[in-house]
Write a protein that binds this ligand. Structure first.
Ligand SMILES: *[C@@H]1O[C@H](CO)[C@@H](O)[C@H](O)[C@H]1NC(C)=O
Ligand SMILES: *[C@@H]1O[C@H](CO)[C@@H](O)[C@H](O)[C@H]1NC(C)=O
Ligand SMILES: *[C@@H]1O[C@H](CO)[C@@H](O)[C@H](O)[C@H]1NC(C)=O
Ligand SMILES: *[C@@H]1O[C@H](CO)[C@@H](O)[C@H](O)[C@H]1NC(C)=O
Length: 354
C-alpha cells in the first residue's frame, strides 16, 4: 500500500486490506510444500521434479558416444559462460566418463543431471598427499546440483607405505550445493565436504578411513554409507572426520535416517577439531560400528567441546553401552535444531523448497 494513499483509507478498505492479508497468510501457510520438505519427504525428489523446480530450458547434452553436443563433461562445463547467472542443465548421458571434472568459482547455477548413479559415472584414478589434488570431481561454484551421477576415484589401495596418500572422489568447496541420488566411491577420504552449506539426499557413500570429512555444514538425508576394509592400516577407520574448530564456526554433519553398514569395523567418527560436530539421527547401524562408537585417535586436546552424537539410532551397532564417555546420546529437545532443513537454511536456496 503506497503511503500517499493512507489518508484516503476508510473502514471498508481497511477491512478489505485485513481480509486480503489473511488470505495471503493463508496462501503462504498452505503453499509450503510439506510433501517435499526434504527431511521427511513423502515425495521422492527426482530428476523431473528438480528440472521443473529450477525452470530452465537451457540444456547441454553430453554423450560419450557422440550423440550430444559434447563427449566430455568438462568440455560442456567449459562452454558455460563465466558469471553465468541462470540455471543451465548439463545432461550427462549414460556412460563412464574417464576425466577429472572441475566446476570453477565463476560458474554458478549448473544442474548436472545424470541418467542414474549406476549408469552415469565420472571416474578418475589418483592418490596424493594433498586431498584436493587427487579429487575426481571438484565443485567450487555455489548453486550447484547433481542428480543421478557416480563420482569415483579408483586409485588402488593396499599399496605398501602409502597410507598417508588420499584419494578423494569429490571435493565440495562451495556454498549451496546439493546432491540427489548420487554415489561417491573411494577408500581413503572419499568425500571432502570442505566448506559451505550442503544437502545430500539418498546418496551412496563408500570408504574406509575418514571418508566423509571437512568443515561443511551439511545434511545427509537417507544416505547409504558402506564401509570397506583398508588393509594398509591396523586401526579401524572412521566414517566421519569433521573438523569444526571453534564455537562460532557453524559447521557440522547431520545424518538423518539412512544406514551405515559394510565390511570391517569402523568408528562413526573421529575428533579432528576441538568442536567437531556430527549427529547421526534415526540411522540404522549394522555390526560394523565398533562398540566405542567414536574415537579421539591422534586428536590432542580436550574432549569437552566435541559434539559427536546419536539420536534414536537402531540396529545391532546402535547399542550405546560401550560408547566413549564423551560421546552424546541426544534427547528430543537437543536434536531439534539438527532435524530441520533450517540447519542449512534450505528454504532459502534449495530449489525444491523455493
Ligand atoms: C527458453 O525460454 C525462454 C523464456 O521462457 C524463451 O524466450 C526461449 O525461446 C526458450 N528457448 C528455447 C530454445 O526453447
Ligand atoms: C602418493 O602421493 C604422492 C604425492 O602426491 C604421489 O607422487 C604418489 O604417486 C602417490 N602414491 C601412490 C601409490 O599413489
Ligand atoms: C548392549 O550391550 C550390553 C553390553 O554388551 C549388553 O549387556 C546389553 O544387553 C545390550 N543391550 C541390548 C538392547 O542389546
Ligand atoms: C580420549 O578418549 C579416551 C576414551 O574415551 C579417554 O580415555 C581419554 O581421556 C580421551 N582423551 C582426552 C584428552 O580426553
Amino acid at each position: 500500500m503506497p503511503s500517499s494513499s493512507y489518508s484516503s483509507w476508510n473502514a471498508s478498505t481497511l477491512m478489505g486490506a485485513i481480509h486480503a492479508s489473511i488470505a495471503i497468510i493463508f496462501v503462504i501457510l498452505y503453499s509450503v510444500p510439506s510433501h517435499v520438505h526434504g527431511l521427511d519427504a513423502e515425495k521422492v525428489i527426482d530428476s523431473p521434479l528438480l528440472t521443473e523446480k529450477i525452470g530452465t530450458n537451457r540444456t547441454i547434452k553430453v554423450d560419450i558416444n557422440g550423440k550430444g553436443e559434447f563427449k566430455s563433461v568438462q568440455a560442456a562445463i567449459d562452454s558455460v559462460p563465466e558469471g553465468n547467472s541462470k540455471w543451465v542443465i548439463i545432461h550427462v548421458r549414460k556412460g563412464v566418463y574417464r576425466e577429472k571434472v572441475h566446476i570453477p568459482k565463476n560458474k554458478p547455477y549448473i544442474f548436472m543431471r545424470g541418467n542414474g548413479r549406476g549408469r552415469t559415472a565420472i571416474v578418475w584414478s589418483q592418490s596424493s598427499e594433498d586431498n584436493i589434488e587427487s579429487a575426481t570431481f571438484k565443485v567450487e561454484a555455489p548453486h550447484f546440483i547433481a542428480f543421478g551421477v557416480s563420482f569415483k576415484n579408483e586409485a588402488p589401495t593396499g599399496v605398501a607405505y602409502t597410507s598417508q596418500n588420499q584419494s578423494v572422489a569429490a571435493f565440495v568447496g562451495a556454498d549451496k550445493v546439493a546432491f540427489y541420488h548420487c554415489a561417491f566411491y573411494s577408500t581413503h577420504n572419499t568425500l571432502f565436504d570442505y566448506k559451505g552449506r550442503h544437502y545430500y539426499d539418498n546418496c551412496y557413500i563408500q570408504g574406509s578411513i575418514d571418508f566423509i570429512f571437512g568443515r561443511g555444514r551439511s545434511i545427509f538425508h537417507s544416505c547409504e554409507i558402506f564401509v570397506i576394509d583398508d588393509k594398509r592400516v591396523k586401526i579401524h577407520g572412521s566414517v566421519t572426520g569433521q573438523n569444526r574448530e571453534s564455537a562460532k564456526e557453524k559447521s557440522g554433519f547431520v545424518f538423518v535416517k539412512g544406514k551405515v553398514y559394510g565390511i570391517g569395523g569402523v568408528y562413526l567418527g573421529r575428533a579432528r577439531g576441538a568442536y567437531s560436530t556430527v549427529v547421526f539421527a534415526k540411522t540404522y547401524f549394522s555390526m560394523t560400528i565398533v562398540p566405542e562408537g567414536w574415537t579421539n585417535w591422534s586428536y590432542v586436546g580436550s574432549t569437552e567441546n566435541l559434539y559427536l552424537a546419536e539420536y534414536k539410532c537402531h540396529g545391532p551397532g546402535s547399542n550405546a553401552t560401550g560408547r566413549v564417555h564423551w560421546a552424546k546420546q541426544l534427547n528430543d529437545e537437543e536434536v531439534g535444531p539438527f532435524m530441520s532443513i533450517d540447519f542449512i537454511d534450505g528454504t532459502q536456496w534449495l530449489p525444491v523448497w523455493l
